[in-house]
Design a protein around this ligand. Structure first.
Ligand code: G1P
Length: 280
């Protein structure tokens, strides 16, 4: 039974400068909500009640967002969030130095203890909920499992990439993996949803810096695999938006905006008219 979730949200968001000079990329709005709220909601709808968010410099807005809201104005969106917060314990810890995802995850060791846990990158949205599926695969294999998707091969160098043996529909046993490889061995890209066991901390401790001079989670998992440990990958078929990427952020706002009850219809009308003019 998985009871804990960890959300690293410490990255600098340099791809979003100057927006991220003074606000975290995890607080970028997607229709009505900041992206990290989608992630917290994914955790909540998977039945997990304890979350550790790993923040860092200039990330205080994230903590403020998950405070209770005291104003008397009625607002359904706020009420929805309040209801969720009522049932969650959210803890925060700050990464002291910007040393990469692998280093950030190390800050979760005391929180996780010896339990398996879900790791969700705070700048990725998955619809429908990817965590729930990963949890059921973990129950079956009792080994770490990470979500992947097929990306166009030219985008593989922007991701962690796995090489694996397909053991059944959508499930691979990982044979090797590489962080942002120049020459990708496949187009199976890591999408920021993982179920990990506490063993990963032993591997993270041993790591030297990797891609970009940072401590990479992918390298720790790779070393586990090369040591003969079982690590699985699940090919997620839903929609995933990587909000760390500008184009995906805009796409998320358009796609989810079009589906939204409040603004969808008007947005669609405008978009159709706009596209007609563009194509004329
Ligand atoms: C991180 C991971 C990478 C993964 C990606 C998904 O990289 O290190 O393996 O593919 O998230 O968004 P980042 O995008 O934080 O550089």
């Amino acid at each position: 039974m998985i009871r804990k979730a960890v959300i690293p949200a410490a990255g600098l968001g340099t791809r979003f400068l100057p927006i991220t000079k003074a606000q975290p990329k995890e607080m970028l709005p997607v229709v009505h909500k900041p992206v990290i709220q989608y992630v917290v909601e994914e955790v909540y709808s998977s039945g997990i009640k304890e979350i550790l968010v790993i923040t860092g410099k200039q990330k205080r807005a994230i903590e403020d967002h998950f405070d209770r809201y005291n104003a008397s104005n009625e607002n359904n969106y706020v009420d929805e969030l309040e209801e969720i917060l009522e049932n969650l314990d959210i803890f925060f810890i700050r990464q002291k130095e910007q040393k990469g995802l692998g280093d950030a995850v190390r800050y979760a060791e005391a929180f996780v203890e010896d339990d398996p846990f879900v790791l969700l990158l705070g700048d990725n949205i998955t619809i429908p909920n990817c965590t729930g599926i990963l949890m059921s695969i973990f129950e079956e294999f009792r080994a770490p499992v990470i979500a992947i998707e097929e990306v166009p091969i030219e985008r593989a160098k922007d991701h962690g990439i796995i090489k694996g043996e397909k053991i059944r529909d959508s499930v691979y046993r990982i044979e090797d993996m590489f962080e942002k490889p120049e020459e990708p061995v496949s187009n199976l890209a890591i999408i920021g949803r993982y179920i990990l066991t506490s063993e990963v901390f032993d591997y993270l401790k041993e790591l030297k810096s990797g891609y970009g001079g940072e401590i990479q989670l992918t390298d720790a998992l790779r070393n586990m695999v090369l040591d003969g440990k079982e690590v699985y990958a699940y090919l997620y078929h839903g929609r995933r938006f990587d909000i760390g990427n500008k184009q995906d952020w805009l796409k998320a706002n358009i796609e989810l905006g079009l589906e939204d009850e409040e603004v969808g219809k008007a947005l669609k009308g405008w978009l159709v008219g706009f596209m007609k003019k563009e194509l004329m």
